[in-house]
Design a protein around this ligand. Sequence first.
Ligand code: B1M
Length: 590
Amino acid sequence: MAREPKPDFERYMTTLHCEEPNRVPLGDWHVDQLPKDNFMGEKVVTLEDQVDFWYTAGFDFVTSSSGILEPVRAPEGMTTKGEAVHTEYGDRVSREWAQEHEGVITNWEQFEKYPWPSVDDFDLSKWDMFDKILPPGMKSILLLGKIYTFIWMSMGAEIFFNALETNEELPAAMFEKVGQIQYETFLRVIEYPCVGAVLHPDDIAHNTGLLVHPKHLRKYLFPWYKKIGDVCRDKGLGHIFHSDGDCTEVMDDLIDCGFHAFNPIQPKCMDIVEVKKRWGDKLCLIGNLNLDSTLTLGSPEDVRAEVYERIRTIGPGGGYMVASSNSITDFVPLENMKAMIDATFEFGRYPIELDEGGVKGTIWTYQAKPKLEKVEIAAELDVESYMSALLSKNLPRLIELVQKDIDSGLRPPDVVSKGMIPAMTIIGEKFQNGEIYIPEMILSAKTMSETLSHFKDQIVVKSEEKQGSVVIGTVKGDLHDIGKDLVRMMLEGQGYIVEDLGVSVDPEKFVQTVKEKKPDILGLSALLTTTMLEMKNTIDALQEAGMRDAVKVIVGGAPVTQKFANDIGADGYAYDAPGAAQKCKELLSR
Ligand code: B1M
């Protein structure tokens, strides 16, 4: 790359204002350590090294985190965090993440005792340094994380979701506390002249929609963004929002919060062409280069073709920056990262006049999520009432309904299979259609399991009436467990006996458990393109152990597709939790 980097933060700001600059800027805000080192051919260690990396790669800025409230700290005596280690690179990129089940702030006592930081305790000298060492034309972008993400991670996802739906006092106090800390940090850091923009990396969505109902975001989160946004507008600073997943439902809210730009528009979740049409005059779009496939599994030619296509379709008129659909992770090959940067320089010059199909390569375009088959339910009981009791988490009402049906002469297992299971299936459909959110799904499933345990002595299901048994886990190297947990709950709610092995499960552990427990089905979940390959390793390990025919294997998770499932020899694939329950039923009835 013999290009002379000519950083120009004005170009970045012009693009944020949805106007045409002289060329399309690069927009990634996070690059893992390994690709940085590989790109530079040496370890990127000091602040000067960091600046050198962003400058040499061709960015108009360097990003830097405030470091406040990150990561979630587990003070002595409180529960600890999980750790992710990408095995390919040993411990070089090991990280810590809060476990979803056990938060560190789950009650008032923990809230009071938490070592809440203040910006006054922070060493802000790096911003002073940036002021001195940034090359002409470059500015720094403050990564002001995280409000929402910090709160759900420190409370534990399940506890946070539950509290939002049942007793909002603690989450409300958390939003107040965390929002205030972030706001004060923001005010202090933007005093440094080097700061040109503020970016919030705060994931609020997953593949098919928001993680929680937008009313909670509107009440607790967006007012903080707006407060920060107002100051940014006043001071001429850029204001950028990052959330993975499908944020369609709140795009107008984000504009109202004063954001100039939205990142990363995951291609599996949102159609960037449609997003540009609907909001492109008010919101600059940053991202969309497919991390699931092109950037990670494709060739440099594929990357070049995808950059060409995005610039051709989204670039005209301004308001677009080339970036990945999350970040440049350590599993993006160096030559693909370079191809992305080079192609941006090659094709991004304004005015953009590129012909369709001008560069050949396999590229990714948005595909709408699969339409799920509507399940016909033989509603012999009052399924509607069961459903509303489950959705309102009304345990006494459920107990009353079950008792009434038992008293009318029905066998208790039939009450479950003809009343509660169909009700849970409809709740699953509502989730698929975006009518309800993850907390409602989780809480309905929990309420169902509490009802079942209330009647456990009466609901003695004969073995031939059991739906089947499932061993489930997230594969090796992968720590994502919210989706896997939802699948487990949905299966339990449908009458399956489920053994959950947790996250980052070795193939050997899966094989051993299949040997010991002899489940009908083995369920594998993966959320990363790299860890998806562990699904194949697990199936191969079953084969080697002579156990492949002993169990049906179903796979799922955000990057997994039916084609991938076929390629690795899985017996089934499901797009989501309700689909997983359907698939298990189908496999067991064969
Ligand atoms: Co991460 N993350 N994450 N993350 N994260 C994703 C998955 C990502 C898609 C974001 C993106 O690209 N914009 C991306 C993966 C890209 C890729 O590889 N293709 C990603 C990345 C890159 C990373 C890190 C590498 C980030 C980094 O370090 N640079 C890192 C890796 C850590 C590790 O695992 N080793 C990382 C970390 C994290 C957190 C720890 C911060 C957190 C996880 C917390 C936790 O789970 N306890 C996190 C989160 C929250 C996400 C997003 C935002 C949301 C995932 C989620 O919980 N969804 C996600 C973005 C996205 O999904 N679009 C993202 C809600 C859940 C209900 O949906 O899990 O999809 P989902 O499950 C669905 C279906 O997929 C299906 O049913 C579920 C319910 O309907 N399903 C199955 C799941 N398992 C199934 C099994 C089945 C059948 C269906 O059969 C057995």
